[in-house]
Ligand binder design. Sequence first.
Ligand code: ZN
Ligand code: ZN
Length: 223
Amino acid sequence: MLLDLLLPSLCPLCRADEGPLLCAACRAQLPPLEDPCPWCAAPRGASACVGCSGAGLPHLDRVVAALAYIGPTEGLVAAAKAVGSPAAVRAAAELMPALPPDLAAGATVVPVPAAPGRHPGPHLASACARALARRQRLPLALRLLRQVRPAAPQHQLGREERRRNVEGLFGCRAPAPARVVLVDDLCTSGATASAAAAVLRAAGARQVALAVLARTPLQGRRG
Ligand SMILES: [Zn+2]
Ligand SMILES: [Zn+2]
């Protein structure tokens, strides 16, 4: 943290001296989502969406994502999450996708919360929510959701195990606004966001969309 203040502003990935965010060369290498499904943001390929078969994800009206979670995006997210570099967290959060006007209108931004007992460094999903709310001039409810118990890391689990792992994982501290944009850093199966969206709906939300920095391309495309 202190080092961050003392060093000149450098690209957090390659240390190019272009300012505190990603340099133009690193940014150009980040893979955009190609032909994302309008409901779950998974890359669709030749035929039906392998993420949701066109039905969307449970409890989520829409998903928007900025990047495909492959190659250089994985490096950026690892720098922000595993290494916990505040500069990488800041740079990654600035890459959040723009919300379509119909999702942004009247919405409150709510991050998927950090696990209880997590280390005190910057939390990527919360930083993404902050950046999105600031850019789109939307209210931010940083602490509306809370994680009520620890859970195993989702990336080690299969699809059904992921769903069970996050069942009853979240609680809502107050009544939810009618329109919510839930924010997380990544969406893979969507199980975590669906569990959070279910809690928001039970607390009064009528529209819940998900905005993420990056969407994992799913394996085993049909067709
Ligand atoms: Zn760079
Ligand atoms: Zn889909």
